[in-house]
Design a protein around this ligand. Sequence first.
Ligand SMILES: Cc1ncc(COP(=O)(O)O)c(C=O)c1O
Length: 388
Amino acid sequence: MILAKRVSQIAPSATLDITSKAKRMAKEGIDVVSFGAGEPDFDTPAHIKAQAIKAIHDGFTKYTPSSGTVELREAISRKFKADNGLDYKTSQIVVSGGAKHSLNNVFQAICEGGDEVIIPAPYWLSYPEMVRMAEGIPVYVETRPENNFKVTEKDLAAKITKKTKIFILNSPSNPTGCVYSLDELKVIAKLAAKHKFFVVSDEIYEKLIYGNKKHISIASLGKDIFDLTITVNGVSKSYSMTGWRIGYAAGPAEVMEAISNLQSHAASNPTSISQQATLAALTESQQCVEEMRVEFEKRRDLMVARIGKMKNISCVNPEGAFYVFCDISKLRMKAVEVATKLLDEAKVAVVPGEPFGAPSYIRLSFATSREKIEKGLNRIDEWASKHG
Ligand SMILES: Cc1ncc(COP(=O)(O)O)c(C=O)c1O
């Protein structure tokens, strides 16, 4: 075999076919409405761009410390304190090339042959692949729409074994939009402390939260869980900076030192210019974040209300992130088939649920204009009413 086992088992992205076909169709002049976006459709705020341009002019274009500049890690440390009530020293923070890079570093650092990693399903599709790349075993715990797709104590407890090393928490969640409450987090924290497993808390959608919901970092619930949690966050979603590639992780000193060493050999430092832009994002006015959040909330309301009127498609109201996860079981087709037909017949691109571990769901992103949302949902409704 030419390829290493480690990579030969990685699943190709099941969503790629549909998104590349949708792009091809749009290029050919076909009026396709896409609900596929995994990134905000807003431009990166001007003051953040300006800081990056300044960094280039100032010659801030060389290697930085591999964990990120001290100034940036100090700013992240202050952010953790102010927003999340977390006391991380700068030596406990590593800045990386996006939250995805941070997560991969975490699994590489703490997961090894045969370790079990519990992942609530539906899940963000990269988690199982990252776990497998770290030679871990993904163990899925099913969640249900009645619980807003959040794990229950009973279901989680049933999956814990002596080999459980990590529980992955993603609140707000991609793809379901669920947000864990304080009481729900306490249950996870209690089980983690009792059975001594790590919690990897992916908080990348922290700022995109709606209604009266509040984001709570599980690591803030006490010393025991603080010492067992690696908190991951970044600027991609909150500041519309997906292309800048900056994410960060914070956790127990021993783990973070290992991650810093790993990153120093694998990638050196995240881009110096993007680090300066991130410094501006975190330290200057947060008005831009709120403006984007407010617009996302309007779109969510529009989308959920319109889907509520559909006969064959339903959804749970997402409390965070920018996706509506739609139940298509009444159509009696696999999600990939629904997505393929929606594109071919109704000219609407959606993401099928299979790669998220949910074959009777499709994911619709509301990182697109309200006008497109209305047009796309009308097309979906018309198409779906002829099926099922
Ligand atoms: C749940 C979740 N975590 C992490 C990421 C990765 O973010 P980044 O662009 O900072 O790597 C994404 C991006 O889609 C995501 O949905």
